[in-house]
Write a protein that binds this ligand. Structure first.
Ligand code: PPS
Length: 305
């Protein structure tokens, strides 16, 4: 691995701290990740690549660990070879001067590579489609996404300050969020599913019955692992296990980037925490927004499991 050590943040990178999103073709992007976008547009996918695409805070890390263990035939020891962000690099991530571009890290990995991305369809590198890569999309109900993103924005120094919760709900509804509006993201991949072999998963289904959902992922990856191995994968990727695992809980990232004393990366891992955040009027406004977003599609989300 080209870099495995604690990622530390030096003075020279402080120019990226708490900077506003920078628009890439209209999509708000993390400022540090925004330079030299050619590296994304020209990214060379390989046929064996497996893409984990999500709107932020929808279960990406969970799915990444599941896929990695499945590819290693359920061998937990092998899955402990490195931290999640090295095993499944985030394509668009980059902190110039501190963290090498995800695209570069991916170039150095052997196939089959597993690629994490939050990019919406409009910014997806075209080689993902050309090479017909396997794509696993994970979607989560937008109320819990908003709550999780809010706490993440508070602890992640590379994101702008989220401000008050009330203002944040408005920003979410307006689509003024990192990686763009939630609605367009989930709908565009849902629409692509008609013509592409995308595995479209829901965070709430994974919570409800992890074994059933991991089986779906295994099938998609053409892996047939025995029942006891599947059970082991469920245990290894449970919220508690991933929260306690230094390879998955992001404690390898310096607190000068992710301040887990503000909010842990593995925060609650439940469905319905939105009930502890939304006021009645925020909830009414949000329900109206949600209905508008999903109308005309056969997509639907569960707000409690
Ligand atoms: S990121 O930063 O966008 O890649 O975040 P992402 O991994 O997509 O989402 C983080 C949320 O997923 C929860 N999580 C889990 N929930 C259940 N089980 C497992 N194993 C698990 N792993 C991560 C994590 O706690 C974040 O949700 P919240 O609601 O903030 O707890």
């Amino acid at each position: 691995m080209p870099w495995k050590q604690q990622i530390t943040f030096h003075k020279m990178e402080s120019e990226f701290i708490r900077k506003d999103w920078v628009k890439i073709r209209g999509v708000p992007m993390i400022c540090a990740c925004s330079p030299n976008w050619d590296r994304i547009d020209n990214f060379q996918a390989r046929e064996e690549d497996i893409i984990i695409a999500t709107y932020p805070k929808s279960g990406t890390t969970w799915m990444s660990e599941i896929v990695d263990v499945i590819l290693n035939d359920g061998d937990i020891e092998k899955s402990q070879r490195d931290v999640i962000f090295n095993k499944v690099p985030m394509l668009e991530f980059w902190v110039p001067g501190a963290v090498p571009p995800g695209s570069e890290l991916l170039d150095s990995l052997p196939s089959p590579r597993v690629v994490k991305t939050h990019l919406p369809v409009s910014l997806f590198p075209k080689s993902f489609w050309e090479k017909n890569c396997k794509i696993i999309y994970v979607a989560r109900n937008p109320k819990d996404v908003a709550v999780s993103f809010y706490h993440f924005d508070k602890m992640n120094q590379l994101h702008p300050e989220p401000g008050t919760w009330g203002g944040y709900v408005d920003k979410f509804i307006q689509g003024n969020m990192g990686f763009g509006p939630w609605g367009a993201h989930v709908k565009e991949f849902w629409a692509r599913k008609k013509e592409r072999n995308i595995l479209y998963m829901f965070y709430e289904d994974m919570l409800e019955d992890p074994k059933r959902e991991i089986r779906k992922v295994m099938k998609y990856l053409e892996k047939d692992l025995p029942e006891d191995v599947l059970e082991n994968i469920c245990l290894h990727t449970s919220f508690k296990a991933m929260k306690d695992n230094p390879n998955t809980n992001y404690t390898a990232i310096s607190s000068s980037i992710m301040d887990q004393s503000v909010s842990p990366f593995m925060r609650k891992g439940i469905c319905g925490d939105w009930k502890n955040h939304f006021t009645v009027s925020q909830n009414e406004k949000f329900d109206e927004y949600y209905q508008k977003e999903i109308s005309g599609t056969n997509l639907s989300f569960r707000f409690q499991v």
